[in-house]
Design a protein. Structure first.
Length: 426
């Protein structure tokens, strides 16, 4: 990894370089995805079947797995894996249940009643990648908050494997997370099926979950037909470290994100030049033992950097400007600086809170804003699966008391029919 010194200019050029990763989607991909969406909208299940055969090379004999059948997959998976997802589920549930909101109502002495209803969405679709990017943890992170929110039905779509079967680990995660039904299809065609509904696949209100560029483009194009979670960019980690941090830990954490994708970003900000050099040495040593070495090397070469800062305040200013998806604070007193960090998807405090802890087990959600959008977006949460509506009750006398001001406001805006709606009552 390249080591540079912060000078108020060089480090900010890095931000511009990272922004290029999230440019406009290639028009060819948009055209392909648009064609698929229109095909599914018109052709329904038959179109989904044809696209599945074309892109996945096989049509599964069994295209739908009911809730009752999901439980059986828990017996098919490794016992240690089963225990791990059950323990992770408990942690994720415990964290997210604290986010649940309640409906409320207020009454005034004059008889006016107002309030807000909070309800879970009726039906949500979860997209789960298959193949080499099969992540059971994504099932837990997407389905559990939806259940807590009160979503009535959770539909999951996931591609079949090369033999046309369901991935047992993903199905086991679906079982413990409360998924109601699984359809074995993937790609843009699965997203379109969830958005419009087919003869078999029900129409949903919101689609969440990660996917490749075709899935992400389909979600983007269908936003408005349904709600979506977010447009996710390449994964990223920013680590702020002082001289007390351990180079072996830093190297391992940087590579844990770099292995996601050749476009992933891994950046270290440190106040110690010695620590920077030691971290590079550790990367060279550890990378030889890792399976995704080629991906890690290209990611670190293209979008990785170690920046030596004058002090932690300078590092934190840069962190807030970058607004990273994951931010590790590997410093002597991490809690001291937590309040200064305004822009980050998730913050990991201290040398023993590495990013994979959040990815899999601790409880906070791992679906996080990327590409600097942590400046205004939040992680996936229970709030992502609810809708709110307000209600108002006024007595005749209270409306009479307010009528002149309402009429004045309406007439000022030139909306005389609005004003008339009040006048006609008196």
């Amino acid at each position: 990894m390249k080591i540079t010194k912060a000078n108020g200019k060089t480090e900010y050029q890095l931000i511009e370089n990272l922004k290029k990763r999230s440019g406009e989607t290639d028009q060819k991909i948009i055209d392909i995805v648009t064609s698929i969406i229109n095909g599914v909208k018109e052709g329904g299940d038959e179109a989904v079947r044809e696209y599945t055969a074309r892109f996945d090379g096989i049509v599964p004999k069994k295209t739908v797995i009911e809730k009752e059948e999901l439980q059986g997959f828990l017996e098919l998976v490794d016992e240690d894996f089963r225990k791990a997802i059950l323990d992770a589920k408990d942690n994720i549930f415990d964290f997210h249940q604290r986010q649940a909101q309640q409906s409320w109502l207020t009454t005034k002495e004059n008889g006016v009643i107002m309030g807000q209803r909070v309800r879970g969405l009726h039906r949500v679709g979860i997209y789960v990648p298959g193949g080499t990017a099969a992540y059971p943890s994504s099932v837990l992170m997407n389905a559990i908050p939806a259940k807590i929110a009160g979503v009535k039905e959770i539909i999951m779509v996931t591609p079949p494997d090369k033999d046309g079967n369901a991935n047992p680990n993903i199905m086991a995660a679906a079982a413990v997370s409360g998924v109601d039904k699984v359809f074995l299809c993937g790609g843009a065609q699965a997203v379109a099926a969830l958005a419009y509904g087919t003869e078999k696949i029900p129409k949903v209100d919101k689609i969440v979950g990660p996917g490749n560029i075709f899935v992400a483009t389909a979600k983007k194009l269908l936003y408005g037909v349904v709600d979506i979670d977010m447009i996710a960019g390449p994964s990223e980690i920013l680590i702020v470290a002082d001289k007390t941090a351990k180079p072996a830990f830093l190297a391992a954490d940087l590579m844990s994100q770099a292995e996601h994708d050749k476009m992933a970003s891994a950046i270290l900000l440190t106040t110690s030049e010695m620590l920077a050099r030691s971290t590079v040495h550790e990367i060279d040593k550890q990378i030889k033992l890792l399976e995704r070495q080629e991906i890690i090397e290209q990611s670190l070469n293209d979008y990785g950097e170690i920046i030596v800062c004058e002090d932690l305040q300078q590092a934190i200013r840069f962190a807030n400007e970058l607004a990273p998806e994951h931010l590790e604070l590997c410093v002597e007193e991490p809690l001291k600086y937590l309040g200064m960090l305004d822009n980050a998807g998730s913050v990991f405090l201290g040398n023993y809170s590495p990013e994979p802890l959040g990815d899999y087990f601790a409880g906070p959600n791992h679906v996080l804003p990327t590409s600097g959008t942590a400046r205004f977006f939040s992680p996936l949460s229970v709030d992502s699966f609810i809708k709110k509506s307000s209600f108002i009750y006024y007595t005749e006398q209270e409306l009479k008391n307010a009528k002149d001001e309402i009429i004045k406001l309406a007439e000022t805006e030139g909306l005389t029919a609005h004003a008339n709606s009040i006048k006609v009552r008196f």
